[in-house]
Design a protein around this ligand. Structure first.
Ligand SMILES: *Cc1c(COP(=O)(O)O)cnc(C)c1O
Length: 383
């Protein structure tokens, strides 16, 4: 199939639903799934994926980081609960109320600001009290949970929909610290519930905790990376039956031959030691294809793995196809995904660029169109 843009990210909604189903099979019946679709669904497209999840009945709640992300989903037509995990600044309280968003709250000042707007508009905002049990990022200390829950319950414009925390090390095999966090959280929740305060949804588990800490599931779980088919880390989830959702593809734009001593790209970082055939691909660091892949990563051409040579440029990357017979202009090149017997995972790219799959996905730029598929067949979606 021809495509106006030579480099595309193909997203398979069937694989996404497969991963959501794996979440469902990892939790007890009745536990809700809040699908994390922040950062445009980890670069995969928040709205098409949210819609697919809802239609399949595999997620009921969605999570984003910022108010803008939630507003965009509402404007597309998502009418399920949306938790705004990063909370909001007080000047965004109007939108939180108007769009019926569920902010994570981590200060009483913020709670009061949202409450004031809600009451003025005659609405009640469902909110989630965020407790920092050791992540060292966002949230009230566990000792303040009971007092904060009491005060929130007294505010007429707010409804305490949940209490939440986030793990710092759930993706480690060594669970000692995550268990400490879980203990602190469980104690804080107990103190709130024993005071007679209703908390419909206690939630803590990210993908790693879903896969490796069943007693952290409570009433709702918050999967992110596993929905996109990458394991949370090398230590947790490597054996899980996850299916990568994204294939990053390009095509050979140009081919040329190098004599011994001739070089490729800026800084002459690759100099041919044998007569070589080089293919140029229309993807570069402006597309989120890291410059750290210079002389480092690999891609798949004709089902064969070939090395990236020379410096990755803003818009172009060169690969050495000397050992692959018959490469032609227009040939498909897979940068992340499968081709023939070859596979390159987001984790492989992450390792080569000293980061994690999360960053590889979220960096894939806006210049790269997302195309949607279901079980291999192209589907039209409203992006
Ligand atoms: C991003 C995020 C998650 C999901 O984490 P994964 O490791 O991608 O599963 C869960 N909870 C919060 C608060 C988050 O910010």
């Amino acid at each position: 199939m021809s495509s106006p843009h030579p480099t595309v990210a193909e997203i398979d909604l069937g694989d996404f639903c497969h991963n959501l189903d794996l979440v469902q099979r990892s939790i007890a019946p009745g536990v809700k799934v809040a699908a994390m679709v922040k950062a445009d669904g980890y670069g995969h497209g928040a709205w098409p994926l949210s819609r697919a999840a809802l239609e399949a009945g595999l997620a009921e709640v969605f999570g984003v980081a910022h108010v803008d992300e939630a507003v965009a989903l509402r404007q597309k037509g998502l009418d399920a609960p949306i938790i705004v995990l990063g909370g909001c600044f007080e000047d965004r309280a109007e939108e939180v109320v108007a769009y019926g968003l569920e902010p994570a709250l981590f200060s009483m000042k913020l709670a009061e600001a949202v409450d004031a707007v809600a009451r003025r508009q005659g609405r009640v905002v469902s909110c989630h009290l965020k407790i920092d049990t050791g992540m060292g990022r966002l949230g009230l200390p566990p000792e303040e949970a009971l007092d904060a829950a009491k005060r929130l319950s007294d505010l007429e414009g707010l409804r305490l929909a949940g209490i939440m925390t986030h793990f710092a090390t759930a993706d480690w095999a060594d669970k000692a610290y995550a268990r400490e966090q879980l203990g602190r959280f469980a104690r804080a929740v107990r103190s709130v519930r024993e005071a007679g305060i209703t908390v419909p949804f206690v939630h803590a588990a990210n993908s790693a905790a879903i896969l490796s800490m069943p007693d952290s599931h409570f009433e709702m779980v918050r999967p992110g990376i596993m929905l996109y088919g990458a394991p949370p880390s090398a230590e947790v989830g490597a054996e899980a039956d996850l299916r990568p959702v994204m294939t990053l593809k390009s095509r050979v734009a140009h081919l040329f031959d190098l004599a011994v001593g001739e070089s490729v790209s800026y800084g002459r970082r690759f100099v041919a030691e044998r007569p070589s055939r080089i293919a140029t691909l229309p993807i570069g660091y402006a597309d989120g294809w890291s410059r750290l892949l210079s002389n480092r990563g690999s891609v798949l051409v004709r089902g064969r793995r070939v090395p990236i040579v020379g410096t990755v440029c803003m818009d172009l990357t060169m690969v050495d196809v000397t050992d692959v017979p018959g490469v032609s202009i227009g040939d498909e090149v897979v940068l992340i995904g499968r081709q023939g017997d070859g596979v390159i995972t987001a984790d492989e790219v992450a390792t080569a660029t000293d980061t994690i799959s999360y960053e590889v996905f979220t960096r894939i730029g806006e210049r790269i169109p997302r195309r949607y598929f279901r079980d291999g067949q192209p589907v039209e979606v409203d992006r």
